[in-house]
Design a protein around this ligand. Sequence first.
Ligand SMILES: Cc1ncc(COP(=O)(O)O)c(C=O)c1O
Length: 357
Amino acid sequence: MTFPTATLDGDALRHNLAAVRRLAPDSRVLAVIKANAYGHGIVEVARALATADAFGVARIGEGLTLRAAGITGPIVLLEGVFSAVELQQAAAANFELVVHSLEQVSQLEQSSGHRFDVWLKLNTGMNRLGVTPDEFSAARQRLQSCAAVGRVRLMTHLFGAEETGGAGTQEQIARFLGLAAGLNLERSIANSAGLIVWPEARTEWVRPGLMLYGISPLPEQESGHLGLRPAMTLTTQLIAVRRVPTGEGVGYNAIWRAGRDSLIGIAAIGYGDGYARNVGSGAPALVNGHPAQIAGRVSMDMTAIDVSDVPNARIGDTVVLWGEGVPAERVAPYADTIAYELVCGITQRVTRVWKNS
Ligand SMILES: Cc1ncc(COP(=O)(O)O)c(C=O)c1O
């Protein structure tokens, strides 16, 4: 049994990178591939996106995995390093470092032997990482005169770029551009939503993650509207099909009840595969290419689907849970989450198949 399967598509990744470049033709692209490339497979994604200008990862282990796989281009540690050991490892692997605190500035001042290219991160309102506007100028000057620092770039991160017209984003961008003005340093502001919605955030570098995987970051527009193609399609098969008379329940706690005499397909996928338990009834799926809806509670290995309106539904039929034909962002609200979490959550039990890698 080789299902469930996540089919990953290198052509879709490259298509989406091209879409980024069309939106931000004057920017270089730091492709964000942390968290195993949002569940897609960090090494394969880095290979498929070999023409990206740099890769961004969150943890040093992710960067080391890339180097071990022979990825030689620029890799940026988006949180920097947190110990002397990590600093040594980062030097040996020639990683670029985000510097988001004065502690990290001091750490570099005490280091020698390797010149790091760094990205000084400014907190413009997210209040997660980044030096404050008050600390910014001194931190920059210290980095620029630090023997262990080569090139200095500037960055910030937007907290709600998908909120079109959001005053908060406008303020963040203005604050960042104001502090960066006249410094003649390369700047990076935009994540996926930032680069789609906020032209002024398309500075020398953009940092897309989600849209590279063909998922829309915008609540009101699906990937197809944005010209993106899903890079991951999660499929399985029906392993049973049964008639359920009007009024009977389906699955644990019978939280779904047949409102008519129904045909229920049992799909071989569950939360043990990363198809979240809280995906609710009504969530979309495709069975043999026809629209169908999740019925009742997702269990560990199985999920019930109302296939009453699917012609000739039978055992062995292909089920698409998300990806081509069912954007992950359409499924996510039924699980009270975002598509990021869905794709990151695919477990080891799912067979991964690459096409056009
Ligand atoms: C610092 C930073 N930049 C860029 C990104 C990419 O964001 P997105 O996947 O929304 O494009 C992330 C992801 O969370 C991030 O943490």
